[in-house]
Design a binder for this molecule. Structure first.
Ligand code: NAD
Length: 288
């Protein structure tokens, strides 16, 4: 049972692939809070994933669009308005990313630039595209809200996050820049949410992801933020209770970004050092 925070609101959600996807959890929560939704993903992803199942579950049409193609976005917006039988909508979620260099295991010091252009297009410039088409079509209602998903690698170095870190820097920059223009035009809010590592198909391809998740969990006073709680947070950002929050990158990470060192991590380091010492002593005793 929800609290009707999004009662009467209509939105488009990009990027729900399977139950683990962040967009899937956000779509469920938005529905629970009273919103009507259109789901969108790559046509090929729709064919081979569970997106249609989610559509059935929440009574939402599933419309194919390659988010890097402006003509696809235009068509998607037109079809969505037809479906909603309205002239405008209230919110959009961009929950889309892909890195070919990570998938093909190119190190950051050995990037393929064709792949990198594609990564930046899919994961960041597409955010500008969905905003620009919305802006030019005057798609969003006054006080509408648009969100994209980011990660703290935009601010700090996580070596295996590779070129996706640069994509997130661009994504957050677009939120700030477009947030200004859309704010002036229609009081539309634009923000990015910087989420804890979350086990999804995209997350899982990053090198050493499980160790990395454990590290983040140990560092965060509240632990890693689960996708379901992220979904609740996104609902508040789509709701009328956050009308003056715009052009921000907001951390939803259990306190990770503000923590330098945690007791849990000290315990882990201490026990690793003790194990190493024990091993070294054993070796010294054997060789003397
Ligand atoms: N999983 C994490 O740890 C984590 C943490 C912080 C931020 N994020 C971000 O959350 C967002 C969602 O990722 P996720 O973890 O839910 O993974 P996911 O793999 O479930 O979702 C990524 C989605 O992008 C879609 N997509 C890829 N190329 C597309 C294109 N050209 N057009 C339309 N859709 C396309 C995929 O089909 C998929 O549905 C991404 O921006 C990701 O960087 C993820």
């Amino acid at each position: 049972m929800g609290n009707h925070l999004l009662k009467g609101k209509k939105g488009i959600i990009f990027g729900a692939l399977n139950e683990q996807s962040i967009a899937w959890q956000v779509a469920l929560k938005c529905k629970q809070e009273g919103a009507d939704i259109v789901l969108s993903n790559l046509p090929i992803a729709i064919r081979f994933s569970d997106t249609k199942e989610l559509g059935k579950l929440i009574g939402a049409p599933v419309l194919g669009a390659d988010i890097t193609k402006v003509e696809d976005i235009e068509q998607l917006y037109d079809l969505s308005l037809k479906h909603f039988k309205t002239k405008k909508i209230d919110f959009i979620l961009h929950s889309v990313a892909n890195s070919l260099n990570i998938r093909k295991k190119h190190a950051y010091t050995d990037l393929n630039y064709d792949y990198m252009f594609k990564t930046l297009d899919v994961s960041a410039i597409s955010f500008h595209k969905i905003l620009q088409v919305a802006y030019q079509k005057d798609l969003l209602n006054e006080w509408g809200s648009v969100l994209a998903m980011s990660y703290i690698a935009a601010q700090r170095i996580f070596p295996d996050y590779n070129e996706m870190a640069d994509a997130k820097v661009l994504l957050e920059g677009i939120a700030r820049n477009f947030g200004y223009h859309y704010g002036v035009k229609r009081n539309v809010r634009i923000n990015t949410v910087s989420q804890s590592p979350t086990l999804t198909r995209s997350g899982g391809v990053i090198g050493g992801f499980s160790e990395f998740m454990q590290y983040a969990d140990d560092m965060s006073p509240l632990g890693n933020a689960p996708a379901n709680d992220l979904a609740g947070f996104c609902v508040t950002l789509f709701s009328d209770y956050t009308k003056y929050v715009t052009m921000q990158n907001i951390y939803h990470d259990g306190g990770f970004n503000a923590t330098g060192l945690s007791g849990k991590l000290i315990d882990t380091v201490t026990s690793t050092v003790a194990k190493k010492k024990k091993k070294r002593n054993k070796y010294t005793l054997q060789s003397s």
